[in-house]
Ligand binder design. Structure first.
Ligand SMILES: C[S@@+](CC[C@H](N)C(=O)[O-])C[C@H]1O[C@@H](n2cnc3c(N)ncnc32)[C@H](O)[C@@H]1O
Length: 236
């Protein structure tokens, strides 16, 4: 663990707390993270069950957005009032259900994932959430599926493999209406994007992605330091 000055911190307790934050993708101190959670709309019992089942049965469960980010995504959907959302990276359906539950009447969410093994679980929770007419979960490589979609989207949530973020961003811009929003997750990459030491490959990809969005004259953007970082870009 590195301190602000770049030197190694010596306290084992500090290192343990820092490690826990990294593992849970928490950038805030634990007490503040808990306070934020206690003062945000709670996940429904069904979402809580989905989160628990994901942690019990699925590899890499911390890929799931988590309750505060879920609440943020739902609030953004309530503010934007989109008719069409595209999500790239379904995983077990947690963020899809948060966002779809906040859609205005008649709204739709298409979510894409390459991993068909999670499909049964995703469908089971979509049915239990009574969102079968709202969420369409497609299996396959998002890079191949997106160009075939006929819809124009109001919001695209990018939350799949980081190496393809630049490609998802370009594909999303093509399918987005003017005034629509791209929301890209994990852009702080556990805070590593801002670290002074030499970046590993994934960190470099995200640094390049953030720099690209920052200079892209086609969008207005803001990087929100929520959980692992959300880059929000509005197409002009
Ligand atoms: C971080 S998880 C998504 C988490 C989910 N949005 C949530 O918050 O609960 C990333 C997902 O992207 C999927 N993925 C990776 N590469 C993909 C690709 N090329 N096309 C579609 N999905 C992909 C993975 O299978 C994984 O389930």
């Amino acid at each position: 663990m590195h301190t602000k000055t770049g030197k190694l911190s010596t306290s084992p307790l500090t290192m343990l707390v820092d490690c826990c934050r990294l593992v849970s993708m928490q950038l805030l101190p634990t007490a503040i993270e808990s306070y934020v959670q206690e003062h945000s709309t709670l996940e429904t019992p069904l979402l809580s069950e989905l989160r628990r089942e994901t942690y019990l049965k699925v590899l890499m469960p911390r890929m799931l957005s988590g309750p505060v980010q879920g609440s943020v995504l739902a609030m953004l959907v309530r503010m934007i009032r989109p008719q069409q959302i595209l999500e790239i990276g379904t995983f077990t359906g947690y963020s899809a259900i948060w966002m779809a539950s906040a859609l205005p009447k008649g709204g739709k969410l298409i979510t894409l994932d390459i991993n068909e093994e999670l499909s049964e679980m995703v469908q089971r929770y979509i049915l239990r959430a009574e969102l079968q007419g709202v969420i369409e979960a497609k299996i396959g490589n998002a890079l191949e599926i997106i160009p075939t979609l006929e819809e124009t989207f109001d919001v695209v949530f990018i939350d799949a493999d980081k190496a393809n973020y630049p490609h998802y961003y370009e594909l999303a811009l093509e399918k987005l209406r003017s005034g629509g929003f791209i929301i890209a997750d994990n852009v702080l990459w556990h805070g590593k994007v801002a670290a002074s030491e030499k970046a590993d490959r994934k960190t470099q990809v995200l640094q390049d992605f953030n720099a690209f969005v920052q200079q892209d004259s086609r969008v207005e953007n803001v990087l929100l330091p929520i959980r692992d970082g959300l880059m929000i870009a509005q197409k002009k």
